[in-house]
Every structure is written in structure tokens, then in C-alpha cells.
Write a protein that binds this ligand. Structure first.
Ligand code: AMP
Ligand code: MG
Length: 334
């Protein structure tokens, strides 16, 4: 038995040359499956450090764990963040994406996320009433948060102002892992659910191939992208949803109405060209924002930017690529 285990282990560690070893490994953290495929002479140690990065991030960011820093803020209205650059960094990106998306991405949507409770729904789930939704709308809006590199507070008169970094924290953490792997000259991919980091260049010089899920039939791919290193994040109504009376309710809220976003998009994919924490956070927040905004507004937002590209898939199956993806997308034949 022991021998068999050693043989299996040897097969799973594929020798790639120059002392480099290719290691694949999966974990479940931050409410999602994390898959590593890393080539490096010390790949196992690098993966372990990425797990440490992710585990600390989970402790900070989870809005559903009473002991997280985010919950400390939500419960008390104040958080000293001078020693928690992770919170400051994500809030800065969140604010930037909130501004450029006209409020479509808004981390103060947490009271509504809790009210809808789509992500943790049980069989007896029912949608909230319109009165309940309307009563929480006044606590939504990032202008109600005040933060600098020292502390995070909220406007004093409303204790219902609470944050949920669930639309940005996974990407930020993935980016931190990618940054660490890049600094150590590793090559490979790390995927956090729908988000994927492409680290370094493949030895044979070919581009990374990233499958694009068909949001209308999520077990199948609709195409593939050929990309250099960077971070890819995807948001879609198919990711987490529940049903009541034959109607589907997904997990991404339109902050202006308090209801799940009625987007003409089924999914929005964003590719940032760098493999670092900022790019991870930006890609994650932006993919959520583009999904909420819908096709035309998402393309308007894209126009002045050159540091990201997007694949927008409409609910009728139409695929729109931004200019920088020309020649990089191959559609799957039916
Ligand atoms: P993602 O899967 O990255 O699109 O993020 C979705 C998660 O972000 C949800 O499960 C909520 O926790 C949170 N969320 C929902 N709606 C919004 C929104 N409009 N802006 C920011 N975060 C949101
Ligand atoms: Mg996101």
C-alpha cells in the first residue's frame, strides 16, 4: 500500500526539468474550490504559502464569521485598519470601481445580501417583501463609508451600514497568491472558483488557454481565450441562485433597487494583464460591476481603459469581445 502511494505521488509530481516540479493540488477555502497547478523547484512550499495567504484572508474578509475584521466593522461601525493593508487595499479598489460603475458595484449592499440570503438558502427559502427591501435601501451607498489608511468608519447616524467584500476579496487574495508566485519565478495557474490567475510564461512559449464557460449551459464551454499572464474573473447569474415559484433569484444585487440585478448579461469576464493583488481585486470587482450594468453600459465603461479586456455574454447567447481580445477567442462549434 505504501509503495502504491509512493508511485501515485511520483506520478502526480511530473518532473519538468532543471529541478522544477509540476504540482497540482486542490483546497476548499473562502467558500470555493481553489486549484493549483504550479511548476517550480519548491512548488509544494509555494502552494503552502499561498494557502496561508488565503487562510489569513478568509479570517479577515468573511462577513459571515463573527470574528472577522469585516464583522467587527459591521457590528461596531469602526475598524482600525492601519495594520490591515488588505482591508484598505480592497476598499480603495472597491471605491474606484463604485465610482466608475455609477454605483453598480457597492460593498455596502450587505444588508440586502443578508436579506435575500440567496447564497445560503435552504429548501424553504422565500423572497423578501418589497417593504423589507425598501426599508434597507437607505443604508446602501459607499459615500456613507469613511476610510483612510488608519481607520474605517461609517456615517454616525446609521448602524445598518454594513459591508460585504465578497465581490472583491477572492480576486484580491488570488492576486496576492499570483504576486507571490510571480516573485518566486513560478509558472502555472491558480483558480478560485470562477477566477483564475495565469502566472509566468509557459516553457514552450505558447499562450495560456482559458476556457470560457457557457453561462446558459454552465457545464459546457462556449469558447477559449489565449492569454499572456494576468488575472481572469467572471461574474454571472448562473453562479449562485435559488428558485421560488418557478422564478430564479441570483446572488448579485442591483444596489439602486435592492433586487437581484436584471441584467441583459448572463456573464461578464474580465482579464487584467498583470498578476498582482491590485489586478486581482480590480478584475473581481469589475466583473461584478459589468454584469450588473448590462451590455451597453459595460462597453461604455470599457472605452477609456486599456488595462483590462472583457467578454460579455448576453442572456440570448450573443458574445461580445472588447478590442484587445481580437484574435484571442476561439468559439466552440455546436
Ligand atoms: P461575484 O461572485 O464576484 O460577482 O460577487 C458576488 C458577491 O458579491 C455576492 O455573493 C455578494 O456577496 C456580493 N455582492 C452582491 N451584489 C453586489 C454588488 N452590486 N456590488 C458589490 N458586491 C455585491
Ligand atoms: Mg466579483
Amino acid at each position: 500500500m505504501k509503495r502504491l502511494l509512493i508511485i501515485i505521488l511520483l506520478f502526480s509530481l511530473m518532473l519538468v526539468g532543471c529541478g522544477s516540479v509540476r504540482v497540482t493540488h486542490s483546497e476548499f477555502m473562502m467558500d470555493t474550490v481553489i486549484s493549483y497547478d504550479v511548476t517550480h523547484s519548491d512548488a509544494n512550499a509555494l502552494i503552502e504559502e499561498c494557502n496561508n495567504i488565503t487562510s489569513s484572508a478568509e479570517d479577515l474578509f468573511s462577513a459571515y464569521s463573527e470574528t472577522s475584521e469585516v464583522s467587527t466593522f459591521n457590528n461596531s461601525g469602526r475598524l482600525i485598519i492601519e495594520d490591515i493593508p488588505e482591508i484598505y487595499d480592497t476598499l480603495r479598489v472597491a471605491l474606484e470601481v463604485w465610482e466608475i460603475s455609477g454605483g453598480a458595484f457597492d460593498v455596502t449592499v450587505f444588508p440586502l445580501v443578508k436579506l435575500w440570503n440567496v447564497t445560503h438558502s435552504e429548501n424553504d427559502w422565500i423572497p423578501p417583501t418589497d417593504d423589507e427591501i425598501q426599508s434597507l435601501l437607505p443604508c446602501v451607498g459607499m459615500e456613507k463609508l469613511m476610510f483612510d489608511s488608519y481607520q474605517l468608519t461609517r456615517v454616525p447616524y446609521d448602524s445598518n451600514i454594513q459591508i460585504d467584500l465578497g465581490g472583491i476579496a477572492k480576486g484580491y487574495t488570488l492576486g496576492k497568491c499570483a504576486e507571490y508566485l510571480t516573485e518566486n519565478n513560478a509558472v502555472g495557474t491558480v483558480s478560485f472558483g470562477g477566477n483564475i490567475a495565469l502566472v509566468g510564461s509557459k516553457k514552450d512559449g505558447s499562450l495560456w488557454k482559458v476556457g470560457v464557460r457557457n453561462p446558459l449551459s454552465p457545464d459546457a464551454l462556449i469558447g477559449t481565450l489565449s492569454l499572456e499572464s494576468g488575472i481572469v474573473a467572471v461574474s454571472g447569474s448562473y453562479e449562485r441562485y435559488t428558485e421560488y415559484d418557478g422564478v430564479r433569484y441570483h446572488h448579485i444585487i442591483y444596489p439602486k433597487t435592492g433586487y437581484p440585478a436584471e441584467s441583459d448579461l448572463a456573464s461578464a469576464l474580465v482579464w487584467m494583464r498583470k498578476s498582482d493583488a491590485y489586478s486581482g481585486a480590480y478584475a473581481d470587482a469589475l466583473s461584478t460591476a459589468l454584469f450588473v450594468m448590462g451590455h451597453d453600459a459595460a462597453l461604455e465603461l470599457y472605452k477609456p481603459y486599456s488595462d483590462f479586456e472583457a467578454v460579455l455574454i448576453k442572456t440570448d447567447g450573443t458574445v461580445t469581445l472588447t478590442d484587445g481580445l481580437a484574435g484571442r477567442y476561439t468559439a466552440y462549434e455546436e
